[in-house]
Design a protein around this ligand. Structure first.
Ligand SMILES: *[C@@H]1O[C@H](CO)[C@@H](O)[C@H](O)[C@H]1NC(C)=O
Ligand SMILES: *[C@@H]1O[C@H](CO)[C@@H](O)[C@H](O)[C@H]1NC(C)=O
Ligand SMILES: *[C@@H]1O[C@H](CO)[C@@H](O)[C@H](O)[C@H]1NC(C)=O
Ligand SMILES: *[C@@H]1O[C@H](CO)[C@@H](O)[C@H](O)[C@H]1NC(C)=O
Ligand SMILES: *[C@@H]1O[C@H](CO)[C@@H](O)[C@H](O)[C@H]1NC(C)=O
Ligand SMILES: *[C@@H]1O[C@H](CO)[C@@H](O)[C@H](O)[C@H]1NC(C)=O
Ligand SMILES: *[C@@H]1O[C@H](CO)[C@@H](O)[C@H](O)[C@H]1NC(C)=O
Ligand SMILES: *[C@@H]1O[C@H](CO)[C@@H](O)[C@H](O)[C@H]1NC(C)=O
Length: 769
């Protein structure tokens, strides 16, 4: 009786499993074997150092992946054909062909083989050893940007770190490359020598515009960051058992996955907070972390918003990487684990268990695949999964790249269709709130169309700084361009929303390359008939006297006169300026061929040929400077040999800045900054002629762009300078004085005569000129 009851209980427990449909159906890829037959396997076969196999997918190129196990396999068609084990040419002389780390950087595969970095360009089928690494390394880390071909995005893909895992952080040598790993340079982390613990990894968190260094000390790990404001303290510590593998999920959202045999941790903010992933069953939490489940993790796969875990116990866990939280659910068991098996997402909601199979007759391996259709599995009522409350989430902005410059904002829009009778909450998050306090605000309105309620979401993205209530602790160095992502998702989205991918765009908080400045030229010397445009275009040249210019921009006379050819194609007709009127140009901001505004920010001018026959109406004192202002002489001197035109928003320091501690020693020097708070103007000396000015916007808060241009002015109305040497002038002056003394004596007499009238006329004429 007891036996029967036990048996019944056992059957009951087994029943759900027995009834559950299989997770996946196995098939084997076996193609192109004959093709490889005659081909000798050149080079040395590589193998992976760890006992458990790994799979690395190219984040941007769907079909490219590297399998790392007892053999390595590099596929360019998602393992849809049999493959020869991946080998390295003997000419590379690697020694022990053991691979400890691999990474795709754009179009190359980087491998750490026997503690050195090698590059395989799979498009050109060529190998190179990287240059610049002087010490053994074991790991390589980097990220790929799939949003666009913009230089910002390319920079992300080209940046790579190489380091030795587990080395003492204070003494270790870390290398950085911005050339896809071809050339490395030593990387010095700020105050590295003071850091306690061993190195658990170093990553460029583009989503935060910070470099994060993982420090491990006594079973705990924490991140140290490179830049303000996060560099002031270390991140929150988390448990570090074993040697955690760290995955950066694609899309620069700052989602990290840390895992080892019995730990699985996730961070949604580039390591600032790292939490275990709970396992749920229905609505309740079964285990607060997977380590409680007494399983041994074998393989982990993740894409932008999904996570899957395969354990040695043949368990498969699936979860979503939500905007607010992540959790896993356990799928029914199936005999799918083997030492060589790896997990990978082939597309949204399609997971594959991949195992290479050797073939006793051919050198090429086959691939056993078991594709899991997540959506279909989640239909199983046993899993008690809630239905997805959202039918559609769509926005044209997804997967694109946008630029926000200073004083700009970005409006994105999306459409959300909720399941009737539900009210899901859309949520927009920026990955890098430190970048000038970037904030996203959603404006939502709903309308009914075809009996369905649709929600229009307007997402307004701006820099908190410009809303006038920025917390300085929450804004990074304002001068530094940064990157962030914005993600639109549904708060506490059900796990069944498999097809509902969060919408993410990359935001470059930096220079908007479409911006430029133009100098208003309403009254030109040609329109007033002072210069002839035909003559100007015909290889026009003019002379600058040696007294008026300094080729070294130090305001010292030159040794010979200068002939200048006027570049009409570039500058057009010069602006007309009357010498006697203090002047400053009207600077216009244009964007993509459209006028935006008249610029009021601070800028500086420099005559490109070294003319110094002009000065400024204000001095350091009258400009109300509280510290000694910069000027061209000091800026050029400080820049070394970078050429004269180097004054820009990066090196500009305002003399009104309370933090500027240069004492005001020379209050009477001319104040060379125009625009901004002062009414400073340029005053010309008595000299007619063409001036070609370089203009540079130095206000660091106007735009991230180096806004610079050149333009020309024609100064007119000045008397020609005396051509006679000064001794003769002296002599003539003496004569004139004597003459006037004599006149003073003679005129009263002469006025009474006829001649007197002619004299009067002469005096009047003299006055007029
Ligand atoms: C790769 O190595 C070859 C010689 O082996 C060299 O000619 C070539 O310039 C290298 N490529 C790069 C990008 O450094
Ligand atoms: C943090 O970084 C900023 C520059 O980004 C630097 O000026 C500051 O000294 C650093 N602070 C610490 C505590 O390292
Ligand atoms: C790591 O090990 C410590 C004890 O050494 C244990 O308390 C902790 O739960 C473990 N954490 C994980 C995530 O396995
Ligand atoms: C895990 O194993 C420990 C002892 O090894 C045991 O106390 C615990 O009940 C097990 N947990 C589960 C969920 O099986
Ligand atoms: C969203 O933007 C559209 C187009 O600019 C506008 O018509 C609509 O009123 C906006 N909705 C909200 C809620 O701001
Ligand atoms: C910024 O942070 C520092 C120390 O972390 C704190 O003393 C200061 O009050 C903070 N400033 C603001 C404006 O919150
Ligand atoms: C302009 O004149 C200079 C000197 O006479 C000559 O070398 C140059 O070729 C001329 N350029 C053009 C475009 O005529
Ligand atoms: C530039 O500034 C320095 C002091 O910083 C001053 O000594 C010098 O005279 C200034 N030069 C000119 C041309 O104003």
């Amino acid at each position: 009786m007891l036996v029967v009851m036990l048996l019944a209980a056992a059957t009951l427990r087994l029943c759900p499993l027995a009834r559950a449909q299989p997770l996946c159906r196995i098939h084997t890829v076996r193609t192109g074997k004959m093709f490889h037959v005659g081909q000798p396997t050149q080079g040395v076969h590589l193998y992976f150092s760890s006992a458990t196999a790994r799979l690395i997918k190219h984040p941007c190129k769907k079909n490219i992946a590297l399998y790392l196990g007892k053999q390595l396999f590099l596929t360019r068609n998602n393992f849809e054909s049999s493959l020869l084990p991946f080998s390295i040419p003997t000419s590379m002389q690697v020694g022990i062909p053991e691979v400890t780390s691999a990474h795709f950087a754009s179009s190359v595969l980087l491998l750490v083989v026997n503690r050195k970095v090698y590059i395989y360009d799979y498009e050109a089928d060529s190998w190179n050893a990287s240059i610049g690494i002087k010490h053994p390394v074991s790991q390589i880390s980097g990220d790929n940007c799939c949003y666009s071909e913009h230089p910002f995005c390319l920079d992300i893909s080209n940046s790579v770190f190489a380091y030795l895992l587990g080395d003492l952080t204070s003494q270790t040598n870390i290398y950085f490359s911005n050339t896809q790993g071809y050339r490395f340079q030593k990387y010095a982390h700020e105050r590295q020598a003071e850091l306690v613990g061993t190195l658990g990894g170093i990553f460029y968190f583009h989503s935060l515009s910070q470099i994060g260094l993982l420090l491990i000390d006594q079973g705990k790990a924490k991140f140290g960051y490179s830049d303000h404001p996060l560099n002031h303290s270390l991140g929150l510590p988390f448990d570090y058992n074993g040697t955690l593998d760290i995955l950066l999920t694609p899309g620069q959202k700052g989602i990290l996955i840390f895992w080892y045999e019995n730990s699985l941790l996730v961070s949604r903010n580039a390591g600032q907070l790292v939490d275990p992933v709970p396992v749920r069953e229905g609505h309740h939490i079964l285990y607060s972390s997977i380590s409680e489940a007494n399983v041994t993790i074998h393989s982990v796969a993740a894409n932008e918003n999904e996570l899957a875990v395969l354990t040695r116990e043949n368990n498969l866990y699936y979860g979503s990487l939500g905007i607010l939280s992540s959790f896993l659910i356990k799928f029914a068991d199936q005999n799918i684990w083997s030492q060589e098996a790896v997990l990978m997402f082939t597309e949204l909601g399609i997971l594959e268990i991949l195992t290479p199979l050797p073939d006793s007759f051919f050198p090429a391996f086959d691939f056993q695949k078991c594709p899991v259709n997540i959506q279909a599995i989640l239909m199983d009522p046993q899993l008690q999964v809630d239905f997805c409350k959202v039918e559609l989430l769509h926005g044209e902005f997804a997967n694109k790249m946008f630029i926000i410059d200073m004083n700009s904002e970005l409006e994105l829009s999306a459409l959300m269709i909720p399941r009737p009778g539900t009210s899901p909450v859309p949520l927009a998050m920026v990955s890098n709130p430190y970048s000038l306090g970037l904030q996203a605000v959603i404006y939502e309105d709903s309308f009914t169309y075809d009996g369905n309620t649709k929600h229009r979401l307007n997402i307004s993205l701006r820099q908190q700084h410009h809303w006038g209530r920025a917390d300085p602790n929450f804004t990074s160095s304002i001068k530094r361009p940064t990157i962030s992502t914005i993600t639109l998702d549904i708060a506490n989205k059900e796990i069944s929303c498999v097809d509902l991918k969060p919408l993410t765009a990359l935001i470059s908080v930096g220079c908007d390359l479409e911006k430029k400045i133009i100098i208003q030229n309403e009254i030109s010397a040609c329109s007033k008939g002072i210069l002839n445009p035909v003559a100007l275009q015909d290889n026009y040249s003019y002379l600058i006297e040696k007294e008026a210019y300094d080729p070294n921009f130090r305001r010292q006379r030159a040794t010979k006169d200068l002939v200048v050819y006027y570049p009409y194609e570039k500058l057009g007709c010069p602006l007309l300026v009357y010498y006697d009127t203090p002047w400053k140009p009207v600077v216009e901001l244009w964007r993509g061929g459209k006028f935006q505004e008249v610029m009021e920010a601070e800028y500086v001018l420099l005559e490109v040929n070294g003319l110094f026959t002009y000065t400024y109406s204000l001095t350091a004192r009258t400009a109300l400077c509280t510290s000694q202002p910069q000027n061209w002489t000091t800026v050029i001197e400080n820049a070394g040999d970078k050429g004269p035109f180097i004054w820009d928003r990066e090196n500009y320091v305002s003399c009104h800045d309370p933090k500027n501690d240069a004492p005001l020693k020379w209050p009477n020097v001319p104040y060379q900054i125009l625009g901004g708070p002062t009414a400073n103007k340029v005053t010309f000396e008595q000299r007619n002629g063409i001036y070609v000015f370089f203009i540079s916007i130095v206000d660091p808060y106007y735009s991230y762009c180096p806004l610079q241009t050149t333009f020309s002015v024609y100064v007119y109305g000045a008397f020609p300078l005396p051509l006679i040497p000064s001794e003769i002038t002296m002599f003539l002056l003496m004569v004139a004085i004597l003459l006037s003394v004599w006149l003073a004596y003679i005129i009263p007499k002469a006025l009474r005569t006829e001649q007197g009238h002619r004299f009067q006329l002469l005096v009047q004429l003299c006055r007029r000129y």
